[in-house]
Design a protein around this ligand. Structure first.
Ligand code: GDP
Length: 520
């Protein structure tokens, strides 16, 4: 039978039914910046019974499993918000429990609320960590009040929300937090079949020196083994090596285990699903089939878009070409997703290339040929690409904060739009007499009746309520002197640039032209 997407999926779903066992919960830490997410994750990592072997060096692979006296827990240690949004973009609800971190000395802030909304939308269980309980101004009651106002009534106040007072600095309450996570997991009855073919999600991908393309996978069901062949979305892999977060090679990884693998055809994106197939040949075939399908759809969409635009007679949109570079696949995805959300009827964003790593010479060459701007996120320019950027005048924008990158790209998009001219009325003058000067031509002797008239104004000439002409002033005089401005009630002589038929009784309406930036 020919392999298709569907047959692979059907087979996997069928095998999911048997041998269900309890699996560890997958936990993400979210909250306001500086409230202690990273510190809490670190102190839990230190409490890990397995990693706790003295001197064990843990590596950042985007997730780790922690063995506690209450069982294992898988913790995502990519920035909660980034991991969460790129996973959710793909409809991948991989997080079972969100730990909402609130610094007890500061209370809930803007990003705490945002994290809470995200967790709610994903329908995950929420455990609140009231961190920094070692601080003298730690105010539990205040946080309880804020939580209640946000429909998270703490258990201590008779509600359902589990809260734990803790300190990442002193270690107080950390074991209690871990215990609460284990208890919540028990309630959730999380199950998986370790005997099934493995499937799961990509947590993050990057190029690592010495290893090449690596990706951290979270096995959600089944057991992943060394040598297994996997299909991602349009990439595939034959697992060459598998490592845990201690850098230790492992031969297999069961449900809820994160592992770093090598043997990839390319870098899969964060949140992508993977499934094990029977052979390398099948893996390649499915991935290639999807790639072809994707190209076809993109081509059709572009064509349809262009055709319907031409039919409607609309003006084609302006285009901002971008080349995106970021340190890891996760941040690249987060950046791309955030940029794609910029709405505009007038400017189209066209990401022509996106890659993990430093901004290279080939990125600069591509920027020249495609008239693109390079956006670097959490990365830098390769040393030998620097002179090329200067000599070719390529625009490179480097950012470390996603909102700044988005604002900057929005500004770049706006700068492509033509400015809108807006006329602002400044004053009016009535022509009382005309003079002919051999030197300057016809001079309109006027009296300013409203506002002011400036030398750099434009003028509309109105006769019996009809506009006869509009254009710039070439000279403005008081008696023999050139002046910059004449106020209401004062007489002046005006020479218009290119209009000589001015008559007594005409009204000169002076205006300035302001050029406004269009909104997207
Ligand atoms: P994140 O931005 O939420 O990941 O926050 P970090 O973990 O980077 O912590 C921000 C700052 O708060 C750092 O200076 C930490 O040392 C400090 N911090 C974190 N947890 C505690 C705690 O429990 N007590 C005290 N006193 N400081 C803490």
């Amino acid at each position: 039978m020919r392999i298709t997407d569907k047959t692979v999926r059907d087979e996997i779903t069928a095998s999911d039914q048997a041998n269900l066992v309890i699996r560890p919960p997958v936990v993400a830490f979210m909250g306001h910046v500086d409230h202690g997410k990273t510190s809490l994750i670190d102190s839990i990592r230190k409490s890990n019974r397995v990693a706790g072997e003295v001197g064990a060096i843990t590596q950042h692979i985007g997730a780790f499993q922690c063995v506690t006296s209450h069982g294992a827990i898988t913790i995502l240690d990519t920035p909660g918000h980034e991991a969460f949004s790129s996973m959710r973009e793909r409809g991948a609800e991989i997080t079972d429990i969100v730990v909402l971190v609130v610094a007890g000395d500061e209370g809930m802030k803007e990003q705490t609320i945002e994290a809470l909304q995200q967790a709610r939308a994903a329908k995950t269980t929420i455990v609140v960590a009231l961190n920094k309980c070692d601080k003298p101004n730690f105010d539990q009651e205040k946080v309880y009040r804020q939580l209640s106002e946000n429909e998270l009534l703490p258990e201590a106040w008779g509600g359902q929300t589990v809260t734990v007072n803790c300190s990442a600095t002193t270690g107080e309450g950390i074991s209690n937090l871990v215990e609460m996570l284990a208890l919540q997991a028990e309630v959730l009855e999380l199950k998986a079949d370790p005997l099934a073919r493995a499937r799961g999600r990509v947590i993050e991908s990057q190029i690592q020196k010495g290893l090449g393309a690596v990706t951290t996978l979270l096995v959600q069901n089944g057991t992943l083994r060394n040598g297994d062949c996997l299909v991602f979305d349009t990439e595939w892999a034959k697992v060459k090596t598998m490592r845990n977060e201690l850098g230790k090679e492992v031969q297999s990884a069961g449900p809820s285990s994160p592992v770093l693998i090598t043997g990839l055809s390319d870098l899969p994106s964060a949140g992508e699903e993977f499934i094990v197939v029977a052979s390398e040949k099948e893996a390649k075939e499915v991935a290639t089939m999807r790639q072809e399908g994707r190209k076809q759809t993109t081509f059709m969409k572009k064509r349809q878009g262009l055709e319907s635009m031409l039919q409607k007679g609309a003006t084609p949109k302006k285009m901002l070409n971008l080349i995106l570079c970021a340190d890891v696949q996760g941040s690249l995805e987060a950046l791309k997703t955030a940029l794609e959300k910029i709405q505009s009827d007038k400017v189209e964003l066209n990401v022509i290339s996106f890659s993990v790593g430093e901004i290279s010479e080939s990125d600069v060459q591509l920027a020249i040929t495609s008239k693109a701007t390079i956006v670097g996120f959490h990365t830098q320019v390769e040393a030998h690409a620097e002179p090329l950027i200067k000599s070719l005048g390529v625009i490179v924008r480097e950012h470390n904060i996603i909102y700044h990158a988005v604002d900057d790209v929005r500004a770049l998009m706006k700068s492509l739009l033509d400015k809108i001219a807006e006329e602002v009325d400044k004053g009016k003058a009535e022509v009382k007499a005309t003079f002919n000067s051999s030197h300057t031509g016809i001079i309109a002797g006027c009296q300013v009746t409203e506002g002011t008239i400036s030398r750099n104004c434009h003028v509309r000439i109105m006769r019996a309520g009809t506009e006869l002409w509009r254009g710039p002033i070439s000279s403005l005089k008081r008696f023999k002197d050139d002046v910059r401005e004449v106020q209401k009630g004062i007489e002046c002589g005006v020479v218009l640039q290119g209009f000589t038929d001015v008559q007594v009784g005409d009204i000169l309406e002076a205006f300035e032209i302001n050029y406004l930036t269009q909104e997207l």
